[in-house]
Design a protein around this ligand. Structure first.
Ligand code: ADP
Ligand code: 5GP
Length: 194
């Protein structure tokens, strides 16, 4: 029996999964914010974290802020697509909403650190993995300090981690340098929307 084209056309296609990684302070959040304003159809996964909210951060909008105990229950219940410990706190992607949006053919964006990105490479090899680089290490340090959201000890930890992350940039499908914001955004849009 021949399968008609119309039957094939009726099959819903799986959405695209985009993983955005890069050192803390490189500008991932800034890029994602503008991207979502310009492309409201993009679904940004809201992560769970045990980090305390920064001033202005809103529960369920920026993160699900949870206790370590609750986070460990999510790990045990296999509720996380990936998770990692970063600079003393847990961070993880909730499995269900991401799988639901992909099943609805939506483009899903994960903004996650290196260990999580590696887990996604294994579990979801079709994901497009993009690494955001700073123009220089000193520019990265300047951005972290200018942002003024982290303590000195947190900044030191994030910079130590940054070097490890930058060293792994070549493992990603694409590297984008966030020097001029608009140029980086244009490269991101081309990668995501073709
Ligand atoms: P991340 O989410 O990667 O930790 P943020 O988006 O919070 O980084 O950006 C860190 C700081 O760098 C913020 O103060 C932001 O305004 C600034 N920033 C982001 N992109 C650029 C850029 N292209 N040029 C200069 N400063 C930038
Ligand atoms: P911040 O504390 O600055 O919001 O985030 C610290 C780091 O954790 C950033 O590199 C951010 O991309 C990463 N991160 C945020 N959510 C997740 C997540 O769900 N999983 C993983 N693995 N990393 C995350």
């Amino acid at each position: 029996m021949q399968i008609s084209n119309s039957t094939q056309d009726n099959c819903p296609s799986w959405g695209k999964l985009i993983v955005l990684t890069g050192p803390s302070g490189v500008g991932k959040g800034t890029l994602v914010q503008v991207l979502r304003q310009r492309h409201p159809e993009l679904y940004l996964s809201i992560s769970a974290t045990t980090r305390s909210p920064r001033p202005g951060e809103i529960q369920e909008q920026h993160y699900y802020f949870v206790s370590r105990n609750d986070f460990e229950k999510m790990i045990a219940g296999n509720n996380l697509l990936e998770w990692a410990e970063f600079a003393g706190n847990y961070y993880g992607t909730l499995r269900l909403p991401v799988e639901q949006k992909l099943a609805q053919s939506k483009t899903v964006l994960l903004e996650i650190e290196l260990q999580g990105a590696k887990q996604i490479s294994t579990s979801m090899p079709d994901a497009l993995r993009i690494f955001i680089l700073p123009p220089s290490f000193s520019a990265l340090e300047q951005r972290l300090r200018n942002r003024a959201t982290d303590s000195e000890s947190a900044i030191v930890r994030r910079l130590q981690q940054a070097q490890i992350e930058i060293d792994a940039a070549c493992e990603f499908d694409l590297q984008i340098i966030n020097d001029d914001l608009e140029t980086a955004l244009h490269q991101l849009e081309t990668a995501i929307f073709g």
